[in-house]
Design a protein around this ligand. Structure first.
Ligand SMILES: NC(=O)c1ccc[n+]([C@@H]2O[C@H](COP(=O)([O-])OP(=O)(O)OC[C@H]3O[C@@H](n4cnc5c(N)ncnc54)[C@H](OP(=O)(O)O)[C@@H]3O)[C@@H](O)[C@H]2O)c1
Length: 331
C-alpha cells in the first residue's frame, strides 16, 4: 500500500514559511514490526510550534531535513501487532503529515469517546492543556483577578479566558478584527475584547483594567506585551506562553521597555511549556472534560480539507486566517 507524506525540506528560521520548505513524497508501506500499530490518519492538528520544531530552536527533539513533518493527529488503527491496541480503535499521537502512521503501540493513546475525537487535538489536547497549566499553575487565578489574554480568539487563548471565568476572574481578550472580538464576548463569555488591529490598545487596557492587570497571559509578544507591562497590578503574574508576532522575524525585536515595572509591582514573569506537565495530563483532561460536559467550555474548530492543503494550512496560523483550533481532515 502507498503512503503519501510531506517531508521537511527547509529551515524557516527568521522568515515566513515557503512552499519549498516541504517536499511531497510517496513510499510503499513496509510490514509492521512486533509491538507496532498502523494508523490511518483522520485529522491533523496545526500548532505554531511546528515551525519552531523545523527551526530546531531547542525546546523539542531535533528535526532533520528529509523526515516526515511531525504533527499530532487522530486516526483509526487499521493494523496492529500490539495486543493492547486493537484494530478499529481510535487513537491520538504524533502521527505526522502522512496518510498512514506506523508507531510503537505504547506511543498512542486510545480515545474511547469517538464523539470527542477532534476535541483531543483542541480543548482536551495540547492547546487546552497549555491553557490549563499556564493559567492555573503559573497564573494562580483568584476570584476577582483581572486577567488579560492575547491571541484570545485562538485555540489556547479562548481556553485561557474560559478557565479564567470558571475561576472567577474578569477577563479581557485581545484579538485581531471585529469578528473574532465579537465571538469571544458574545459566545465564549469574555467580559470584554480589544481589537489590536483597530483599537487604541493602550487606551482600551486602561479603560477595561482601571486597577491594573493581575494576570497577563501572553501568546503574542511585541508591542501589546509592552503596553500590558506598564499596566500590571501589584504582585501580577505575567505568563509567557507564546510570542507569535516574532516567529517570522529575521532578528528578535528589542525587549519590552516596560519590563522594569516588574520591580515596582513585585511581579513575576514566567514561561510555560506544556510538556513539563505530562504526568498531570490525565487529571487535567478529566477536569476539562467535566467542564465541557457542564457546558462551561465552548470551542471553535477551523477544519481545512485534504492532503494537498497540509502545508498551506500551517500558514493560516501566522496570517491569522484561522478562526478557532486549526485542524485538517484527510481525504
Ligand atoms: N508554551 C507552550 O507550551 C505552548 C503550547 C501551545 C501553544 N503555545 C503558543 O500559544 C500561542 C497560540 O497558539 P494556538 O495553537 O492557540 O494558535 P491560535 O491562537 O489558534 O492561532 C494563532 C493566532 O495568532 C495570531 N497571530 C498570528 N500572527 C500574529 C501577529 N503577528 N501578531 C499578533 N497576533 C498574531 C492570530 O490571531 P489574530 O487573528 O487574533 O491576530 C492567529 O489566529 C502561540 O504563540 C503558540 O506558540 C505555547
Amino acid at each position: 500500500m502507498q503512503n503519501r507524506q510531506w517531508l521537511i525540506n527547509g529551515n524557516p528560521r527568521g522568515r515566513a514559511m515557503r512552499s519549498d520548505d516541504f517536499l511531497r513524497n510517496e513510499v510503499e508501506l513496509s510490514p509492521l514490526g512486533e509491538g507496532e500499530v498502523r494508523i490511518k490518519v483522520e485529522y491533523l492538528s496545526f500548532d505554531p510550534s511546528l515551525k519552531g520544531q523545523m527551526e530546531n530552536i531547542g525546546y523539542a527533539d531535533a528535526t532533520a531535513l528529509g523526515e516526515v513533518m511531525r504533527a499530532s493527529g487522530v486516526g483509526e488503527v487499521v493494523e496492529s501487532k500490539a495486543a493492547f491496541v486493537p484494530v478499529g480503535a481510535k487513537v491520538m499521537g504524533l502521527l505526522g503529515w502522512q496518510d498512514y502512521a506506523t508507531l510503537p503501540g505504547d506511543q498512542v493513546e486510545i480515545i474511547e469517546n469517538h464523539d470527542l475525537l477532534t476535541a483531543y487535538l483542541g480543548p482536551l489536547g495540547g492547546t487546552g492543556l497549555t491553557a490549563y497549566f499556564g493559567l492555573l499553575h503559573n497564573g494562580k487565578p483568584k476570584e476577582g483577578d483581572m486577567l488579560v489574554v492575547t491571541g484570545a480568539a485562538g485555540a489556547v487563548g479562548s481556553m485561557v479566558g474560559q478557565i479564567g471565568k470558571i475561576k472567577g476572574c474578569d477577563v479581557v481578550g485581545v484579538a485581531g478584527g471585529p469578528e473574532k472580538c465579537a465571538w469571544i464576548v458574545n459566545e465564549v463569555g469574555f467580559d470584554a475584547a480589544i481589537d489590536y488591529k483597530n483599537d487604541d490598545v493602550k487606551k482600551a487596557i486602561k479603560e477595561h483594567c482601571p486597577n491594573g492587570i493581575d494576570i497577563f497571559f501572553d501568546n503574542v509578544g511585541g508591542p501589546v506585551l509592552d503596553i500590558a507591562l506598564a499596566r500590571i497590578a501589584l504582585y501580577a503574574r505575567v505568563i509567557i506562553c507564546g510570542a507569535i508576532s516574532r516567529y517570522e522575524m529575521e532578528k528578535p525585536p528589542p525587549g519590552p521597555a516596560n519590563y522594569f515595572n516588574l520591580v515596582f509591582k513585585r511581579a513575576h514573569m514566567m514561561g510555560i511549556l506544556v510538556s513539563d506537565h505530562a504526568k498531570e495530563f490525565p487529571q487535567a483532561r478529566a477536569e476539562i472534560a467535566e467542564w465541557m460536559r457542564q457546558g462551561k467550555i465552548t470551542y471553535k474548530e477551523d477544519i481545512q480539507e485534504g492532503f494537498d492543503n497540509i502545508p498551506a494550512t500551517l500558514n493560516r496560523l501566522f496570517s491569522g486566517q484561522n478562526f478557532g483550533k486549526q485542524l485538517l481532515r484527510m481525504d
